[in-house]
Write a protein that binds this ligand. Sequence first.
Ligand SMILES: C[S@@+](CC[C@H](N)C(=O)[O-])C[C@H]1O[C@@H](n2cnc3c(N)ncnc32)[C@H](O)[C@@H]1O
Length: 186
Amino acid sequence: MNLQSALEFSHTVLSENVGLGDTVVDATVGNGNDTIFFASLVGKTGKVYGFDIQQAAIDQTKQQLLLTGLQAQTTLICDGHENIAQYVHQPIGGAIFNLGYLPGGDKSIITHGVTTLTAIKTLMLLLRRGGTICIVIYYGHPGGEEERESVEQFARQLDQKTYNVLEYQFINQVHTPPRLVVIQKR
Ligand SMILES: C[S@@+](CC[C@H](N)C(=O)[O-])C[C@H]1O[C@@H](n2cnc3c(N)ncnc32)[C@H](O)[C@@H]1O
C-alpha cells in the first residue's frame, strides 16, 4: 500500500470517526471537495456546515452539491470560521480545515493563524467523545510558516488525558509538503 498524502489520510481518519447522522464542519469550503466528502459520509440524517469567506467558493460548491444530490444535509455560510459559534450549536463528530489559499483562486486570500485558532478552539468545545478535527496545513506561501507554527504549538500542548493529538508528514520530500494535524477528543 502506498502511504497516503496528508489530505487522503485526513479523509481516512474522518471516515473511521464520523458516520451517518453526525453533524460536521468544513471550516474552509474552497472548491467543496471536503464538503462533498462530508455530505456523503453523514448522509441525509446528518448535517454539514461549511464556511468560506469567498462568496464564489460558496456559490460554486452549492452548484456541486445540487448536481450530486447532497444539498439537503448541507448548509453553506459565507463568513469566517472564527464565527462558527454563531451558527453551530450542537455536538459535532468531526471537522476539517485546508489551510492556505484556494488552488486556482486569489493567492492573496489565505487563512491566518489567529482566526484559525479561534475556530479550532470553538470546534473543540463542540466535539463529542471520539470526535475528530483534521487540519491539513499548506504552508509554502508567505504567511504559511507562521500559521503552521501557531497551529502546531497549540496542538502540542493539549492535555493528553483529554485529547489524542498527532501530526502526519513526509519528512524526506522537497519543498513544503502539506502536514496533517489531528485532534481527537478521548
Ligand atoms: C486551501 S483552500 C480550501 C480548499 C477546499 N477544502 C477544497 O476542497 O477545495 C482555503 C480556503 O479557506 C478560505 N478561507 C480563508 N480564510 C477563511 C476564514 N477566516 N474562514 C473561512 N474560510 C476562509 C479561502 O477563501 C479558501 O477558499
